[in-house]
Design a protein around this ligand. Sequence first.
Ligand SMILES: Cc1cc2nc3c(=O)[nH]c(=O)nc-3n(C[C@H](O)[C@H](O)[C@H](O)COP(=O)(O)OP(=O)(O)OC[C@H]3O[C@@H](n4cnc5c(N)ncnc54)[C@H](O)[C@@H]3O)c2cc1C
Ligand SMILES: CC(C)=CCC/C(C)=C/CC/C(C)=C/CSC[C@H](N)C(=O)O
Length: 481
Amino acid sequence: EPDRSAHVDGAPPSKIAVVGAGIGGSATAHFLRQHFGPEVQVDVFEKGEVGGRLATVTVNHNDYESGGSIIHSLNLHMQEFVKQLGLKYRRSVAGKTAVFNGDEMILEETDWYLLDLFRLWWRYGISFIRLQMWVEEIMEKFMRIYKYQAHGYAFSSVEELLDSLGGSGFINMTRRPLSDSLLELGVSQRFIDEVIAPVMRINYGQNVSIPAFVGAVSLAGAQNNLWAVEGGNKLVCSGLLKMANANLLQGQVNSISPIHSGEVLQYQLNFTTASGTGLEVYDIVVLATPLQASVRSGVQFEGFTPPFDQLPGNYHSTVATIVHGYLNTSFFGFPDPRLFPFASVLTTETPDLFFNSVASVCPVNISTGFRRKQPQEAGVYKVFSPQLLDKPQLKTLFRSYYSVQVTEWQAYPQYGSSQGLPPVELHPNLYYLNGIEWAGSAMEMSSVAAKNIALLAYHRWNRQTDMVDQKDLMHRIKTEL
Ligand SMILES: Cc1cc2nc3c(=O)[nH]c(=O)nc-3n(C[C@H](O)[C@H](O)[C@H](O)COP(=O)(O)OP(=O)(O)OC[C@H]3O[C@@H](n4cnc5c(N)ncnc54)[C@H](O)[C@@H]3O)c2cc1C
Ligand SMILES: CC(C)=CCC/C(C)=C/CC/C(C)=C/CSC[C@H](N)C(=O)O
């Protein structure tokens, strides 16, 4: 493919399109504005709600997160967005966790930290210490991305990005099962079945054969230094679009086709809004939505072949059911609800168990003060399950309820349903953000990909090859003035 980027004379791009206003697309709009400056027109297309998989539902006059809910304390892009937007942090309200195997609770957190540690040691040996150290080491390497991005370095593929952080070790972690990595580390099978599997089930609705890298992301999401955005995580998306001075176009992009005029390559986007169909021409386009068939983005490529026919793999369906009612603690072996001390119940991989987790949830506005309800009181609970819950299943989990709100998500990749990581560059100046989810799906992963694409687009436009896919970045950065 000849190099037909739009600029012939060093001129900046005049129009950039971003498809999707989830955290990935809105962060991309923000970073594009940072790098390309105030003159370029940034149009963001959104066919649904701004926020995408960050969304809330209203129950009894309060809003609750129904999609992406927790953020790690070391997720620095999310942290920075919240700071720049003047939003507030909402710390997770402490609550005890138990693990249920379909018959009984096999693990119960208590009020005594030392007792919990002793019990873990008694049951699993030093598995939990090994695991803690493994996750810490991965997090430490992952944190290198912030330095590389602050120095302006970009990567042309997810593999290159991971390689720069953790070498071939990180890339291999996207290919081998989590259980294999943990067994090799010396973590016991019992610990994997009773602790790791329940965490994978609540976070990704999948089992311990998911790749080790996303497994580590999931375990980081089970640590106790988590937070969320006061008012709802989706406020970050609307805030970023505003701060980027982006034009939000409420509509669906139907097709993308290249237009060649001499040396110049641009893209025509055909779209449908409430007022009918339209088309616009752009110098740079970023696709910030999954393109797998099961997600039904509706985007077609015309007049060129991207580096795939149809992106392989599927997205995993997860149902989030938010119930306002009375938990049936008897089902968990606690006939007296006053003696049920848990805020979250995780589950082991058990045939016929119809749910992955049930947890008492906090409203997104807790600055006014919030107390977790006792199980003998009516409370708000979130149930994750692979399928819609029917009435008998709801009646199994809840003695009675006032309301039930259901969101069916194409939530995250069905790990193992595809080989390899999707490409970032689909054609000159046409980028794809969501391939990173096949390494790990989380708000911060989309934010890291957004910064990377903004940098990559900028360097490609300005032909700065020395800022893309550079090796030995730790050393380079140390020696840069
Ligand atoms: C139930 C659930 C719980 C989760 N929990 C967490 C968590 O606790 N912590 C965490 O970090 N992550 C969590 N995640 C993952 C996280 O929510 C996602 O990784 C992240 O939100 C993905 O953002 P995105 O912008 O890349 O994609 P999306 O949010 O999917 O955004 C894509 C957007 O593109 C739009 N779109 C699609 N096609 C078109 C088109 N043709 N034209 C115009 N617009 C289009 C869509 O409407 C959508 O708004 C969770 C996800 C789910 C579903
Ligand atoms: C990207 C890095 C380094 C860390 C992110 C860690 C993190 C916050 C992972 C969460 C992943 C995830 C998909 C959680 C889904 S369920 C969340 C929660 N338990 C809920 O009940 O909603």
